[in-house]
Design a protein around this ligand. Structure first.
Ligand code: TRP
Length: 335
């Protein structure tokens, strides 16, 4: 029986962090067991807001690939690929651009928030503005049915499905397939500052590759309850980053609930809960870091090359169906 397809990816504008891990990597590890899963390093998308620093993206393509392999994305089970090496994705994007209005792009809440965060005014690059359309090309090229991502990506999948519906209707075809987001139990991880979601650009996150000392430093910097001054003071659990991370990463839920109760009552110090979180995160990240260090660049490049070649064949097939549906297959079979 043909396996269902999952497609997912990340922008290589930095190394992957705990937000990626809990938001989508855990699901990807699970999906690769039963799905035909494609994991894309979205370097073209990363370039849309980093086009002046291509060297940064180039470097992070390999860092992200290492992160994937280190957490256990298995090249025997998942196909790892580099977006920019599949020109069919750019061509699909070109067809889809016609099916999306500028007004619709302006309403995409994730893009809207990013435009604000980056301070774009009339400096907004058209490529960045249109990246949801290129993402629709990524998803549909592989006929993905499931997309394991964080919740900020839901608007992208909605837009993709609108494009799928419109394309199939206008060109009287069923060659494009609708996709569904798969969220994790913690679809959004708060940053160590407690203010924003964990993100590299805000500098409030723990990277999968951070060393033991750095992890500890960040844990002990975490925002807790500013009114919990003395150990004996009653403390607040809501909005307390340490408890949010314990909820996300500590295996023993009962123990966490018990600690919350004691913290609320008073008598439990921040040092104790931070100590426990530190132990939890060290245990999670130590083996990942060790696997990462054992990888060599040539090995990683070869895995990406094999995966990208395999993925390109799939994208080529979809593209030829798309061209036929539009009726621009003038030299069919001769190219
Ligand atoms: N937009 C995603 C991010 O911000 C990356 C991405 C590109 C992606 N193409 C994708 C995610 C396709 C899922 C499916 O990291």
């Amino acid at each position: 029986m043909k396996k269902k397809v999952a497609l997912t990816g990340d922008r290589p504008s930095g190394k992957l962090h705990l937000g990626h891990y809990i938001g989508s990597l855990v699901n990807r590890l699970r999906l690769q067991e039963t799905y035909d899963q494609y994991v894309m390093i979205a370097d073209l998308q990363a370039l849309t807001d980093n086009f002046e620093h291509p060297e940064k993206i180039r470097e992070n393509v390999f860092e992200v690939a290492k992160d994937y392999l280190a957490v256990g994305i298995d090249p025997q089970k998942s196909t790892l690929l580099i977006q920019s090496q599949i020109p069919e994705l750019a061509e699909l994007t070109f067809f889809y651009l016609n099916l999306v209005t500028v007004a619709r792009l302006e309403r995409n809440p994730t893009v809207k928030a990013e435009i604000k965060q980056k301070g774009y005014t009339d400096t907004l690059p058209a490529g960045f503005f249109c990246y949801p359309i290129s993402q629709a090309a990524d998803i549909t090229a592989f006929k993905a049915e499931v997309v394991p991502v964080g919740e900020d990506q839901i608007p992208m999948i909605e837009q993709t499905n609108e494009i799928v519906g419109k394309f199939n209707r206008i060109y009287h075809t069923d060659c494009l397939v609708e996709a569904e987001a798969l969220l994790s139990h913690t679809p959004r991880l708060v940053g160590i500052d407690g203010k924003n979601k964990a993100s590299k650009s805000l500098g409030n996150t723990i990277f999968l590759s951070d060393d033991a000392q750095e992890i500890k430093r960040k844990v002990f910097m975490m925002y807790t309850d500013p009114n919990h001054v003395k150990v004996s003071d009653p403390g607040q659990v809501e909005g307390n980053v340490v408890f949010e991370y314990l909820d996300a990463f500590h295996a023993n839920k009962e123990e966490v609930e018990d600690l919350k109760e004691r913290y609320r009552k008073g008598g439990l110090g921040d040092t104790t809960i931070k100590g426990l979180l530190n132990t939890t995160l060290q245990a999670l990240l130590e083996p990942i870091r060790a696997r990462r260090q054992a990888l060599c660049e040539d090995e990683v490049r070869e895995i990406l090359w094999q995966g990208t070649q395999r993925a390109r064949l799939v994208a080529q097939k979809t593209l030829s169906e798309v061209r036929t549906a539009i009726g621009i297959d003038y030299f069919l079979g001769r190219f």
